[in-house]
Design a binder for this molecule. Structure first.
Ligand code: SF4
Length: 380
């Protein structure tokens, strides 16, 4: 039977109430119109993805669960995996982007080969995590089936970044922490909703990508572009306050990658200028920012036991281990100044403290000072 005329062109399908290609495909499956259950499913899936994106930076919620493997956004990820499985079983999974699948397969394959060669201590757990994130990427590809949904998800990422950046600024003004990590209070490093300021800085760099993409897209509404410029400025200032020099370099790379497109896209050029000026002016204006960033690196070195803050550090006179044939027991035992006989025989169990800090070292055994065992490796 010849399908109704309204199904033969995109705009006609839109007139039928379907607002995306994904919904249009469902209309095709049900020629009398989009079923209410389909509409609900589309909205639930998009809503779930927005929830995952918005809660992605809420790393401090690890402290709410009995295992550090869980946090709020990961609950959403588990729900997404369930939906993905149902679609795969029903044959309704829509992942048309072959190149995306190839990229995901390459990342997973690289990790599996790396694990097979190195057999790292938490390799199995890390491999499982990579597999889960690969499935999440497929879920994203399934849900963001058209520009409208891409815009929705990228806007959600921008909102999440704005919240993180505002918390960073509030931390600087009010000098408080949601998740106190060692050394942060002394050096004044701001971590927002993350444990490690370096991770916060990396998230802000990803947020910059989202902001610049929104500014570069021709279909972004004007009011959203103006809002994005404000978010980009706050994100750039927050990035300075993390005192993460790795994060700063990452942000610089993000800006550099977008520069070639800026000549033909005025809003993008404005966005790049806003990011560079906000970052540079705040870096120059904030008292001793550079010195504190330098101190953060010295502090990290000092906590390894090979130097004091401000002290000139000589590299240890040892050869790095062969990653294909790592030493037995603790991987650091041949070059660790605190190594004991047990270190070269037994892999140290990983423990977690109340403040979220995790350690794998025989000097910090489970059951001492509140350390709780979290390692999946066999007990020593
Ligand atoms: S277990 Fe701890 S003390 Fe032993 S070698 Fe490893 S890092 Fe050093």
């Amino acid at each position: 039977m010849k399908p109704p005329a309204r199904l033969m062109t995109g705009p006609a399908v839109l007139a039928d109430g379907a607002r995306s290609r994904l919904e249009a495909a469902a209309v095709e499956r049900h020629p009398r119109g989009l079923l209410a259950v389909d509409r609900l499913a589309f909205r639930v899936e998009l809503g779930l993805l927005v929830f995952i994106v918005v809660t992605l930076p809420w790393e401090f919620t690890k402290l709410w669960f009995p295992t550090p493997l869980l946090e709020v956004s990961r609950l959403g990820t588990l729900a997404a995996l369930g939906i993905l499985t149902v679609h795969a079983l029903n044959g309704t999974l829509r992942v048309p982007r072959t190149r995306l699948l190839l990229a995901i397969g390459a990342v997973v394959g690289l990790h599996v080969v790396s694990f097979a060669l190195t057999r790292t201590t938490n390799g199995l757990r890390d491999t499982a995590a990579i597999a889960v994130y690969a499935c999440l990427a497929i879920f994203v590809a399934h849900v963001v089936a058209d520009r409208r949904r891409v815009l929705t998800v990228v806007t959600a990422l921008g909102m999440a970044a704005l919240i993180v950046a505002l918390i960073v600024v509030a931390q600087e003004v009010g000098n408080f922490y949601l998740w106190q990590a060692e050394g942060n209070a002394i050096l004044g490093r701001r971590n927002a909703t993350f444990g490690d300021p370096n991770v916060a800085s990396r998230f802000l760099a990803i947020a910059l990508v989202a902001c610049l993409a929104l500014l570069a897209a021709p279909s972004t509404p004007r009011h959203l572009r103006i809002g994005t410029l404000i978010v980009a400025a706050v994100v750039a200032i927050a990035d300075v306050l993390t005192l993460s020099r790795v994060g700063w370099v990452l942000a610089a790379l993000v800006v550099a990658v977008w520069v070639p497109l800026a000549r033909s896209r005025r809003w993008l050029g404005t966005g790049l200028a806003v990011v560079v000026v906000s970052f540079s002016v705040y870096l120059a204006a904030a008292p001793s920012t550079l010195q504190r960033a330098q101190a953060a690196t010295a502090d990290a070195i000092a906590r390894t036991g090979i130097g004091e803050p401000g002290e000139e550090v000589e590299p240890p006179a040892v050869t790095p281990p062969d990653l294909r044939h790592p030493p037995p027991g603790c991987r650091f035992s041949p070059r660790c100044g605190f190594a004991m006989p047990v270190c070269s025989e037994v892999v140290p169990p990983e423990v977690r403290y109340d403040d979220g800090v995790r350690v794998a070292c025989h000097l910090f055994p489970p059951g001492v000072d509140g350390a709780v065992r979290v390692s999946t490796e066999p007990p020593p």
